[in-house]
Design a protein around this ligand. Structure first.
Ligand code: SAM
Length: 197
């Protein structure tokens, strides 16, 4: 590995946001999964979560079908798979993460009103069905991107990008990209893993 490459890896890892994540609930189109993970990389998500459709089926990324099992690594964003959305929402909450479901309900607020400087997981729904009511009810909040057109919803990867870049904006303003959020040990471990895959 060249020194430039190593410097880039350190630069990227020093901006990773271990307290920002997404949970993709049955998102099933490979290009949507790929686009969401790419946005995760851009804003610094360290680990994304997914409940793949069809129990136990591997996640199918555009041009790259691979088994993203718990603990295994996507190239730059770890994608941890789970089998049950509600259980995963509760697990994240037990870890002190607020789960914000992208879901239209009585309690939905404009996504810009949420505080993404807190440990946050954005729950994204399936292309066809959206987020299940039970998971949306269990979430700490429901957020929505206001829509003024004829069509009722955005593509899921577009919605993910819109919300994650608002999270990036807030975290930048709070100085959260200014100092590493990873512990020195974790940063060194990941630098080695990324540098020598
Ligand atoms: N018919 C589905 C429904 O009623 O929810 C539409 C699902 S939409 C195509 C797929 C996902 O994109 C949603 O579950 C949500 O995660 C996200 N999404 C789309 N439009 C959104 C919006 N305006 N605000 C927030 N999330 C949105």
């Amino acid at each position: 590995m060249t020194p430039e490459r190593y410097a880039k890896i350190l630069r990227v890892l020093s901006k990773r946001q271990p307290t920002l994540t997404v949970l993709m609930d049955q998102v099933n189109k490979p290009h949507n999964l790929s686009a969401i993970v790419r946005t995760c990389d851009a804003v610094g998500v360290l680990t994304a979560h997914a409940v793949p459709p069809g129990n136990g089926k591997p996640l199918d990324f555009e041009g790259n079908t691979f088994e993203a099992t718990s603990g295994s690594a996507h190239k730059w964003v770890r994608v941890q798979t789970h089998t049950d959305t509600l259980e995963t929402v509760r697990e994240l909450q037990e870890q002190g993460v607020q789960v914000l479901a992208t879901h239209l309900s009585q309690r939905s607020v404009d996504y810009r009103e949420a505080d993404y400087t807190r440990p946050t997981c954005v729950l994204l729904g399936a292309e066809k069905w959206g987020v299940a009511d039970a998971a949306a009810d269990a979430a700490d909040g429901n957020i929505i991107i206001p829509m003024f057109g004829m069509v009722q919803s955005l593509n899921v990867s577009v919605a993910a990008a819109t919300i994650l870049f608002e999270a990036q904006r807030q975290r930048l303003a709070a100085g959260m990209y200014g100092a590493p959020q990873l512990s020195p040990d974790e940063l060194a471990r990941l630098a080695f893993e990324w540098g020598y895959p």
